[in-house]
Design a protein around this ligand. Structure first.
Ligand SMILES: Nc1ncnc2c1ncn2[C@@H]1O[C@H](COP(=O)(O)OP(=O)(O)O)[C@@H](O)[C@H]1O
Ligand SMILES: [Mg+2]
Length: 247
């Protein structure tokens, strides 16, 4: 599993950093670029991918069916309408349902030949449960915002991965606005990268259009500032050399 470059876990120490929004954005742009992409949502009880993709009420099955009823993963995934190559496997609605790292590995192993990328949107939290699952990925994307508390949590998380011998980590700094950078409260991007200590994969602007699109289940408009950032990140994930987009 670990030699396979396509299983990507999106994680963060703190909640609300934008893991699900980034899973949505990277999933969408990877698919638009022609990669067969599956997003698996592991934030149990805090299911939101269906809303983000405008599929609330139309998602028939979810990860719960795979775990509880032994349903085949490919039968449980939902196709995102209007986007070729993109499928999602939503989190179960039951917040108390448990999934082990082994189950996640088995699910991914079973379907990886059908996808170019499998993105795992994890729950927040520095718990051994999250670590066990995230560690199975080939690439860990640690998400932080420029907020000092969030940076510290991301640093703790990244350090823990390092201590466990996991060096396949990249940083995404989300919700970056000009005001945030200018304000004295907030560290600049170089300081954030130094603090967390992992290589930067991308910077995503604070983008009301992204918030609105995911909140209403609408397509991300082409002029949305975050779209360019997601597009660049996705290209970088496929090995293309793309300059960092920082606006
Ligand atoms: N780049 C961004 N610009 C503006 N709002 C964002 C951005 N990323 C996330 N958000 C908003 O932040 C909130 C938390 O995002 P979400 O993706 O649910 O985080 P998480 O999955 O880490 O809990 C949501 O209201 C979302 O719309
Ligand atoms: Mg989430």
């Amino acid at each position: 599993m670990t030699n396979d470059p396509k299983l990507i876990a999106i994680t963060s120490g703190k909640g609300g950093t934008g893991k699900s929004s980034i899973s949505y954005g990277i999933g969408y742009t990877l698919a638009k670029q022609g990669n067969r992409t599956l997003i698996i949502e592991l934030d149990f009880g805090l299911r939101c991918l269906d809303i983000m993709f405008g599929m609330e009420g139309t998602v028939k099955f979810d990860l719960g069916n795979v775990l509880k009823n032994n349903m085949q993963v490919l039968d449980a995934v939902s196709r995102v309408p209007g986007v070729s190559n993109l499928e999602i496997l939503c989190a179960p609605k039951d917040p108390f349902m448990k999934v082990t790292a082994e189950q996640v590995v088995n699910i991914c192993r079973g379907v990886r030949k059908y996808y170019d990328f499998i993105i795992i949107d994890t729950g927040a939290g520095i718990s051994s449960h999250v670590f066990d699952i995230v560690e199975q990925a080939n690439l860990i994307l640690v998400v932080t915002t420029p907020d000092p508390i969030c940076i510290r949590d991301a640093t703790m998380m990244s350090d823990e991965f390092y201590q466990r011998g996991n060096k396949r980590q990249r940083l995404i700094i989300n919700k970056v606005s000009e005001e945030v950078i200018k304000s004295k409260m907030i560290q600049n991007l170089d300081e954030i990268i130094d603090a967390v200590g992992i290589q930067l994969l991308g910077v995503i602007p604070d983008d009301m259009m992204l918030k609105e699109a995911t909140g209403k289940g609408k397509k991300l408009p082409v002029e949305a500032p975050s779209l360019e950032a997601f597009d660049a990140i996705s290209k970088r994930l496929t090995g293309e050399q793309v300059p960092l987009v920082i606006k």
